[in-house]
Design a protein around this ligand. Sequence first.
Ligand SMILES: Cc1ncc(COP(=O)(O)O)c(C=O)c1O
Length: 387
Amino acid sequence: MGENAKRSSFLVFGAPAIGPEEADAARDVIMSGWIGTGPKSKLFEDRFGAYIGREHAVAVNSCTAALFLSLHALNLRPGDEVITTPLTFAATANVIEHVGARPVFVDVDAVTGLIDPGAVRNAVTRRTRAVLPVHLYGRPCAMDELTAICEQRGLALIEDCAHAIETEWRGRHAGTFGKAGCYSFYVTKNLTTVEGGMLLTDDASFAARVKRLALHGMSADAWARYSDKGYNHYQVVEPGYKFNMTDLQAAIGMVQLEKLGAMFAKRQALWRCYDERLRDLPLILPPPPELGTVHARHLYAVLVDEARCGVSRDRMISELHARNIGSGVHFVGQHLQPYYRDKYRLRPEQFPQATRHSLQTLSLPLSARVSERDVDDVVDAVRDVIQ
Ligand SMILES: Cc1ncc(COP(=O)(O)O)c(C=O)c1O
């Protein structure tokens, strides 16, 4: 191993840019006496909804919850099909299973790794009820084609925007094209509340149903019952869940929302550094954003083709780790995971591009906490492993 390419300390993959301002906001909430779901959660919903540009927002405890509730509120029945990408996190597919529907995976684009609209069109059947695209890495899916398919075939469009807070397609934010957009505020995301998520929609009754389902199916939340407005009895209208966001999380989220532009600019600069400094290596670098779109620069994912690089992706991960560099894999496709593979008898060759990406994709450290020096260290280490 080239010892000169080893960092002195471990570079954690996906470390959040969070600091004293968030700590102050959290302290204020703790000292206020109201730390659960309340006025701060409502304010965060309003501000995040206004930032993205949708009428109704429901803050929840994860993007998984937002995705689950979106599908639940569509009243899917056993046997209904939801078309999605296999190249995604487990949650995207799991929520389809949880509502009793069937995930129908289709292959991804060879270059971008995003769901292939042609494959979506071919996969629509009598039983299809919804399409669930993922704006992977922060790059927008082909929303013109996906919305056209959904409109023509009467399908609900639910966008997985876990990576896509800043993402835009032709002047519109990701998450504004269909019935609902679902965002993640998990620790590694572009905006974090430690854990958290948000569902946005323009449909008032859909939003009201989701809000109720997120809190036990009760007609009034805790703030509505206990606030200075006076006590109100609640009614259980349907059996719901416990997915609400707390004011402690929302307070952190509002500080993060104020910093969003600066954090995005930082990641854009780091992205350019990676592009320039890795250019001469045999890695396949992320494709440049399409004209008229904004890429949220969530994950800098390269492809490590063993035939070109002389090293496999998994070997690259362990060699980087030995040089004190953390990295990630987004993702090993769901079609390769035992549950989905066995239940639906899926074979890797049915999804050649998703399978190739699953074997080759490697995410390098990228967050507003990463410095240009860190990028230099990562590039030196990658170069050392390949040469
Ligand atoms: C594409 C995608 N969808 C959904 C999720 C779930 O987000 P959360 O952890 O907020 O539930 C993630 C989380 O990493 C993700 O990457």
